[in-house]
Design a protein around this ligand. Structure first.
Ligand SMILES: Nc1ncnc2c1ncn2[C@@H]1O[C@H](COP(=O)(O)OP(=O)(O)O)[C@@H](O)[C@H]1O
Ligand SMILES: O=P([O-])([O-])O[C@@H]1[C@@H](O)[C@H](O)[C@@H](O)[C@H](O)[C@@H]1O
Length: 315
């Protein structure tokens, strides 16, 4: 499966899955996670049933730390997070923001209300309706550290990863993985989350320089998988049915792990981080997707940012 050509980094043909692996003599691969922490308010049957830390940066950091427990214990930071919050941010002491503090802005912290139907935990109910209540400042190219990274994760939730910021990530990182929700979300006057076609956004021209694009089954029609797969590897996640990988010339289904869903929030973020961790371990893309499915299933089994126990990954 050929990865997207690296526009700013040459690599030998055939090093498809090796892009995220340290080369001989290289220091530990450092990652760049770009996306904002946020406040999540969970509403079921018209009542607030939970208020939690959210934002892909929180879920992604959680998984990357769980997948590299030795570095996390030794205080090594195999990745940096560029995130923005307001002075009202309520979770500064939570593990992820405490380890990787966000930039403080004058604007309020991004906040989402996730409305679940009463049956949302059942097998086939739509999992949630999202509304963006507040949006913090965008993340600008100048907010990114001026150094090279082995990989980047563009994981905005409220439009904070600007096209020019993604372009800078591509220049700084050997391989960039993108969550489609950072590219195709649109918000109406009340903040209700909708989607626009990726082709109609300024991000479309950057796709040939992206290694992996992850989209949920709800987002996939707006991504245009048949077009996108000719530019980069596209992963479509499908909740309890696992995920499928599409590249130019092939596709593969990767089975899910069983889970009792109590809160679908963060499943996609956790999947993408688990997938990236799998590539860093040297797994093939399909085996890395299986690790992503593992973390996605673990995420839905808990409310908010899940707790992963270090032993959970020991064979
Ligand atoms: N109810 C579930 N049971 C088992 N695995 C799940 C469940 N929901 C999500 N997952 C896992 O998490 C991944 C991402 O979930 P999904 O809901 O598709 O993403 P998103 O949050 O972006 O909509 C799925 O591919 C699957 O592996
Ligand atoms: O559930 P998921 O799609 O992986 O990602 C979620 C976002 O879609 C949502 O906007 C945000 O409020 C959550 O904290 C989480 O980041």
């Amino acid at each position: 499966m050929p990865l997207a050509a690296e526009p700013d980094d040459t690599h030998e043909e055939g090093e498809d899955q090796q892009l995220l692996l340290a080369k001989k003599g290289e220091p530990t691969l450092e990652g760049l996670v770009v996306g904002s922490y946020c406040h999540d308010v969970l509403i079921r049957g018209g009542r607030v049933v939970g208020e939690t830390l959210g934002g892909a940066a929180a879920f992604v950091s959680n998984v990357l730390d769980a997948a590299s427990p030795r570095e996390a214990e030794q205080g090594e930071a195999p990745f940096v997070v560029v995130s923005k919050v307001g002075r009202d941010f309520a979770y500064a002491s939570a593990p992820a923001p405490a380890r990787r503090p966000p930039l403080l802005c004058a604007s309020p912290t991004t906040s989402f209300h996730a409305q679940f139907s009463d049956a949302a935990a059942s097998a086939h109910a739509p999992d949630r309706e999202l509304r963006r209540v507040h949006a913090c400042d965008p993340i600008y190219p100048a907010d990114l550290p001026d150094r090279r990274f082995a990989y980047g994760l563009a994981v905005g939730v409220a439009g904070e990863v600007l096209p020019e910021t993604l372009e800078r990530m591509i220049r700084l990182c050997r391989a960039v993985l993108v969550d489609a929700q950072a590219l195709i979300r649109a918000f109406d006057g009340d903040g209700a989350v909708g989607h626009v076609a990726l082709e109609d956004t300024p991000y479309a021209r950057l796709l040939p320089r992206v290694a992996f694009l992850k989209a949920s089954s709800e987002e996939a029609p707006y991504v245009g998988v048949e077009t996108a797969r000719r530019r980069c590897c596209v992963i479509v996640t499908d909740g309890r049915d696992g995920c499928r990988l599409y590249w130019d010339g092939g596709e593969a289904r990767v089975a899910p792990f069983p889970a009792v869903q109590v809160d679908p929030t963060g499943a996609g973020d956790s999947f993408l981080a688990g997938f990236a961790a799998g590539l860093l371990w040297g797994l093939s893309a399909t085996d890395a997707a299986l690790l992503g499915n593992f973390f996605g299933a673990a995420a839905v089994s808990q409310v908010g940012v899940p707790t992963f126990h270090p032993k959970m990954l020991q064979g």
